[in-house]
Ligand binder design. Structure first.
Ligand SMILES: Nc1nc2c(c(=O)[nH]1)N[C@H]1C(S)=C(S)[C@@H](COP(=O)(O)OP(=O)(O)OC[C@H]3O[C@@H](n4cnc5c(=O)[nH]c(N)nc54)[C@H](O)[C@@H]3O)O[C@H]1N2
Ligand SMILES: Nc1nc2c(c(=O)[nH]1)N[C@H]1C(S)=C(S)[C@@H](COP(=O)(O)OP(=O)(O)OC[C@H]3O[C@@H](n4cnc5c(=O)[nH]c(N)nc54)[C@H](O)[C@@H]3O)O[C@H]1N2
Ligand code: SF4
Ligand SMILES: [Mo]
Length: 709
């Protein structure tokens, strides 16, 4: 069955929406077109972000929406073989009744916490909010977490520690154009947020210096004046070198530090032994480069530091991020036009997704679940007693540990494909196989769904109304563009319908996503992520409002910390002295290289969507490992050879290409494929002690040449 799109409002003269992929959330328009989809996507002239631009993914976002493999009807598994047995189409009635009765019987036998929810950061604020509420109020379980744990958790933990709040980028994108010095660390913007490039180019035109820090040359490093080719895992060492120069040469902003921060002595102490000479010895980065960047950034009138998953997805990711934050705080590059810090958010709603309670330890509005006042406030909005809200659960990856140790028996996955995207994924496979009940709500039969007992059709970005929060903290409205095809139900309705079957429908009476938003806004009011002053009409009228926005007459907060006041009780930001630590695995004679993983411009995350889009797939049909010429030489690699990669967790053979200027120790592999092509068979599931972020970005690997048969 194919999903032929029909406009939600056939009388509309314009159909507007937003791209479903990255955190830029570019505006799109659907124009009727005589092609298989019936429409084509054009950039919208209206949305005040990256106006008039789209990247290849955005232009092709209809590709998966109308794909013939779209799930259009609920399905149940017949037979017990997992994976491999067949699906039987069923009605919503039967599916919801069947799932609810399994949940209730599992909970009766094993307790309420035996049922868990795994959510996602591509979903609207309304759906993210409902997933948290559904777990706590309908399932009455403590076990909910989501894929953003693999994404923004280290950045979030670092910002909370330094600033007392995590608003993603501290500055709107427009501020990038006013920055004189831009440091991009472990962020490949040109492939991952391509429509941000014009902002960087505008700064460059004004004479800004751009520095990239990455173990490999990227499309982004092509924009740079200085590229630092850093071995994975060494960011804190490198930044300590920069801070050493800044402190020793008195280049820091004494007045700002005195008035608005604490902890400078701690930083002095921890960078003392990191002279440019020493850091050069550890990293191979010439000491002159370290001095040039330190002096350049400190002396620049304005400057911005952006980080991303490169340094965050590590067991030391929070500390690396804190050290980059130190750079901005010490040099007073905060709270002014053209100044600030930003961990570049990844998914469409990676920001809102972490604010409204689908994280194991959080309630809506970025409230902490173990804070009695937070529980009282949210319980009052939900119409329950504070004691009824369960306690803190565990992080995304640890949910699979709980399945393996027998505590969790059931899982509902909505908006993620964890079998492809989790580290050391053979353990995840073992866990999924063990579940008594797995419900997957998705657009397609994903790799994860191969282990599901029920497969429910989810709505796409074009078919569901809601709000999202982009990487700047801008909350905007995404209208419903198309009718849901087949039997597809909007995700928010599905959650409410299941709550009804569990006997908790009274708490989930919503006429529309707007009604959910109004409740969310009340639940967030007074919290850190305060949406209290927002409503659909205000958001639509302003084309987006930045949080915090505490009251209906508040204009929103595009630039954070303008008054120099931070969100710690003493009003100051906290500098952290960082003593660099080793990653979970270091190289050895058995595993002499470092495997790092990441993204390609034409694919998206677990690939469910982009692998089904012909125009994107043809540019990157399979993953290709990138290695240094010296590694190729040692392996005696010849044209046509493939590469075997082996880590302590698994082995695989994939295509390989030789890349000049990648760090000689480093092998890079993109993670957008499943099955035998999933690099997460090999990655390390060591977690950061606080953020619980897995170490996706580095593990020890052995390489071998595989000659063609
Ligand atoms: N095309 C595309 N765009 C996307 C996505 C996608 O899948 N495809 N995903 C979206 C999502 S959810 C996210 S989270 C973002 C991710 O956006 P990014 O974090 O920018 O993407 P990655 O490729 O994971 O990693 C960035 C860079 O980190 C480098 N790196 C690896 N180890 C280290 C290290 O130790 N230190 C430093 N400094 N750098 C290191 C890698 O070589 C890589 O070039 O992109 C978003 N945008
Ligand atoms: N090795 C390695 N692994 C990584 C990373 C890495 O850098 N290296 N990065 C990590 C990061 S940053 C992230 S964000 C994760 C993401 O990993 P995943 O969570 O697996 O990401 P997606 O592929 O976006 O999965 C979303 C699923 O939800 C479905 N979907 C999309 N929109 C909707 C909707 O509106 N409703 C419903 N019901 N379903 C929808 C899609 O079809 C897709 O199957 O991967 C992580 N894994
Ligand atoms: S930059 Fe991001 S939001 Fe914009 S079109 Fe590309 S993938 Fe979509
Ligand atoms: Mo992400």
């Amino acid at each position: 069955m194919s999903a032929l799109p029909i406009a939600a409002d056939p009388t509309a003269t314009r159909i507007s929406s937003h791209c479903c992929f990255c955190s830029m959330q570019c505006g799109i328009e659907l124009l009727p077109e005589d092609n298989a989809a019936g429409f084509e996507i054009k950039p919208s002239p209206d949305f005040p972000v990256a106006t008039g631009r789209l990247c290849q993914k955005g232009l092709n976002a209809l590709g998966h929406t109308v794909h013939e493999e779209r799930l259009l009807v609920p399905q149940r598994r017949v037979g017990s073989a997992l994976p491999g047995s067949t699906w039987q189409q069923t009605s919503w009635e039967d599916a919801l009744d069947g799932i609810a009765s399994s949940i209730l019987s599992i909970q009766e036998q094993h307790g309420r916490d035996a049922v868990s929810v795994f959510g996602g950061g591509s979903l609207t604020n309304e759906v993210c909010y409902l997933l948290g509420k559904f777990t706590r109020v309908a399932l009455r379980s403590k076990y909910v977490d989501y894929n953003g744990r693999y994404c923004m958790s280290s950045a979030a933990a670092a910002q909370m520690r330094a600033f007392g709040i995590d608003r993603g980028m501290n500055v709107p994108l427009d501020d990038l154009m006013m920055a004189n010095y831009i440091i991009l660390a472990g962020t490949n913007i040109a492939e991952c947020q391509p429509t941000m490039v014009p902002y960087l180019m505008a700064a460059k035109k004004r004479g800004a210096i751009i520095v990239t820090i990455d173990p490999r040359p990227t499309m982004t490093s092509k924009l740079a004046d200085i590229h630092v080719n850093l071995q994975p895992g060494f960011d804190s060492v490198f930044v300590n070198g920069l801070l050493h120069v800044i402190l020793n040469e008195n280049l820091f902003d004494q007045a700002y530090v005195d008035a608005h921060t604490t902890g400078i002595e701690e930083v002095r102490e921890s960078v003392r032994d990191f002279s440019p000479d020493t850091v050069s010895g550890y990293t191979g980065i010439p000491k002159e480069v370290i001095r040039t960047i330190a002096r350049g950034f400190a002396r620049a009138e304005t400057g911005v530091v952006l980080t991303a998953r490169g340094l965050e997805q590590q067991i030391n990711g929070v500390e690396h991020t804190l050290n980059y934050i130190n750079l901005c705080l010490l040099t007073g590059k905060m709270g002014r036009p053209g100044c600030g810090f930003g961990p570049v958010t990844g998914q469409a709603n990676g920001q809102g997704g972490r604010e409204h309670g689908q994280k194991a330890d959080q309630l809506p509005g970025y409230r902490m679940i173990d804070d009695p006042e937070a529980r009282r406030h949210v319980a009052a909005v939900w119409g329950i007693e504070p004691e009824e809200i369960p306690g803190k659960g565990v992080s995304a990856y640890e949910l699979f540990d709980r399945i393996l140790d027998g505590e969790i028996k059931a899982m509902i996955v909505l908006g993620s494909n964890p079998l492809v995207s989790s580290p050391n994924n053979s353990r995840v496979e073992e866990a999924l196989r063990k579940l008594e009940l797995l419900v997957v709500v998705d657009l397609f039969e994903t790799e994860t769904a191969a282990y599901a007992h029920w497969l429910l059709p989810g709505s796409t970005f074009l078919e569901a109304e809601g709000t999202l929060t982009n990487l700047e903290g801008r909350v905007f409205h995404r209208p419903r563009a198309l009718k849901t095809p087949g039997e597809v139900m909007e995700d928010y309705k599905l959650i409410a319908a299941l709550a009804e079957r569990l006997g908790r429908g009274a708490y989930f009476q919503y006429e529309s996503p707007e009604a959910v938003f109004d409740e969310l806004s009340r639940a967030s009011a007074g919290g850190k992520a305060d949406y209290g002053g927002m409503s659909y009409s205000r958001i639509k009228e302003k084309k987006g409002l930045f949080w915090p926005c505490p009251s209906p007459d508040h204009p929103g907060t595009p630039r954070m910390f303008e008054n120099g006041v931070y969100y710690h009780p003493n009003g100051r930001a906290k500098l952290h002295g960082i003593t660099p630590k080793k990653p979970a695995e270091t190289t050895s004679s058995e595993y002499p290289y470092i495997l790092t993983t990441g993204r390609l411009g034409n694919h998206y995350l677990s690939g469910t969507q982009t692998r089904r889009t012909a125009a994107l797939m043809k540019k990157a049909p399979v993953p290709v490992a990138e290695i240094h010429p010296s590694a190729a030489e040692k392996l005696l690699l010849r044209p046509g050879d493939r590469l075997r990669l082996t880590t302590r967790r698994g082995t695989m053979v994939i295509d390989v290409k030789v890349v000049q200027d990648i760090h000689p120790t480093t092998v890079f592999v993109p993670f957008h494929w499943g099955g035998d092509l999933a690099i997460n068979k090999l990655t390390n599931d060591a977690l950061h002690p606080i953020s619980r972020m897995p170490e996706f970005k580095l593990c020890a690997v052995r390489l071998a040449r595989e000659a063609p048969p």
